[in-house]
Design a protein around this ligand. Sequence first.
Ligand code: SF4
Ligand code: SF4
Length: 154
Amino acid sequence: MDDAHRIAQAARKSLSLFCSEECRAYCCRRGYLVVPKQQALVLLSLVKDENRVKHLPDSVSFKLKGDCPALVNFSCSVYDLRPQVCRDFPLFLHGTTVMVSGYCTAVAQGKLYPFIAQILRLGYTLAPNNPFAVFDFDTDFKQDPAPDPTVSVS
Ligand code: SF4
Ligand code: SF4
């Protein structure tokens, strides 16, 4: 795993307590979850209302509407088998672009700002229309001390 992915992983991990105790799995309860067919089997086995499932050519769309079929007491009951998008949310690295979900309450509170800044120092760019547009990264992170991309993930 390279430095940028290590930092992204540390960013996601830093949210664990906030996700369960404060946000209470908002992202598992709102909107749609679209996953490749091969990652959808475990969720399909838990679906109780077929009307909330749409089969697309290569993927399956789950209408969360209150909760994901795998959500139990605000926790993911299939954590080790959860789809990749759930593992990556709310911070995605595509090539050298950083994408951040505007639907994440932790993102809205700026909790990932320090991690994003570290990734940008490695030469990544922020995707357009990101929820961090209110920050002036060009000014802010260039004024910070010398970059230290070494982030330990316990
Ligand atoms: S919306 Fe963000 S803060 Fe809330 S549970 Fe999902 S990842 Fe965690
Ligand atoms: S599979 Fe798990 S992490 Fe993904 S939306 Fe459902 S409950 Fe949340």
